[in-house]
Design a protein around this ligand. Structure first.
Ligand code: TXA
Ligand code: MG
Length: 313
């Protein structure tokens, strides 16, 4: 596709147009509480192929399917007690559940990348839910950034990466959580933490009443968990307490820096700022140094994203 991307307001006309475009098989970016997603009808293979084309994404990477209501999940997957417990505790919210596909699910095999499972999520964002309800069907949506680059938490981040490559962006303002969903695998005997994210693993373990296990074969379980991701153009160095004079310093907690994730040292605020701050520093295209972030609660997901941003490309 190569025409101007429509910017839609979150009003009656905007939701109607966004749903109409999805029905027509087009790709529409929309806000969720985590990051902006690039959505398409999950039952329409051509529409889903358009997501991969716009992002330049490797086609073996499965996509999360977004639903307006938790009750829709059982149309697509084999539901379990653990799924019921987690959906009850965290949906709508920043949690993706990977479950075995049900016969006759109707989802495009491009969404599942040929796996026997699918990741489902009910987002907790008024604009996302209104769009999903207006459209009425399952919407496949990865983060709305070119493959490997920083995730978008504002509509202008989406435009900067995908302008002219997608039909529209629904502008719902900044994403409040700022980190992608936590992904839990429920297709085997033990619940698996496939990706740390917006809901801390400890909260999920408390709701399940049992510990999460690490993935045994990450290549099969989460093929999208590429090592280099979220990369700014210039090199990025982590856990820096004394930045070199020529670097841009991304701080955490009190003290001098170029930009602070949270001067109060609050991990929730840091998560919400992470990608917007990386976009802002990336615009200067100079080496970036990042202050240490504690490895607890949301800090685990923040450090995961930073490690990928700093990984060899
Ligand atoms: O918060 C989020 O999850 C955002 C918003 C838009 O909902 N979406 C998102 O999607 O982060 P994406 O495509 O950037 O990341 C999805 C991750 C990938 O690492 C992918 O491999 C994994 O989910 N995934 C999807 N389906 C899976 C499955 N059946 N089994 C294992 N991993 C799966
Ligand atoms: Mg992504």
């Amino acid at each position: 596709m190569d025409r101007q991307t429509e910017i839609l307001a979150p009003d009656d006309a905007g939701f109607a147009r966004a749903a109409e475009l999805l029905t027509a098989g087009a790709q529409v970016a929309f806000p969720t509480e985590t990051v902006y997603g690039l959505g398409a009808d999950a039952r329409n293979g051509t529409a889903v192929a358009g997501i991969y084309a716009a992002k330049g994404r490797p086609a073996f990477n499965p996509l999360i399917v977004h639903l307006a209501e938790a009750a829709q999940a059982q149309t697509f997957v084999q539901w379990t007690d653990a799924a019921e417990a987690l959906a009850g505790a965290f949906w709508p919210g920043a949690l993706t559940l990977v479950l075995p596909l049900k016969d006759g699910h109707g989802l495009s095999s491009l969404v599942t990348a040929g796996l026997q499972t699918v990741g489902l999520r009910v987002p907790d964002h008024a604009s996302a839910r209104r769009l999903l309800a207006t459209f009425g069907g399952p919407v496949a949506a990865p983060s709305a950034n070119p493959s490997g680059r920083i995730s978008p938490t504002r509509a202008d981040h989406v435009s900067a990466g995908l302008e002219g490559r997608i039909a529209a962006v629904l502008d719902g303002g900044p994403c409040p959580v700022g980190l992608e969903s936590t992904i839990i695998g429920l297709a085997g005997p033990d619940p698996v933490l496939l990706r740390a994210g917006g809901i801390p693993a400890e909260a999920i373990e408390a709701a399940l009443g049992r510990p999460l296990v690490p993935p045994t074969d990450s290549a099969i379980n989460a093929p999208g968990q590429m090592v280099s991701q979220y990369a700014p153009r210039a090199p990025i160095t982590l856990n820096v307490t004394r930045p070199a004079p020529d670097t841009l310093y991304l701080g955490f907690g009190p003290g001098p820096c170029d930009l602070n994730l949270s001067s109060a040292g609050d991990l929730r605020e840091a998560a919400a700022n992470l990608f917007a701050h990386l976009h802002q520093l990336d615009a200067e295209n100079r080496p970036i140094a990042v202050a240490p972030i504690p490895m607890k609660g949301l800090g685990i997901a923040i450090n995961d994203r930073l490690r990928r941003a700093a990984a060899p490309r």
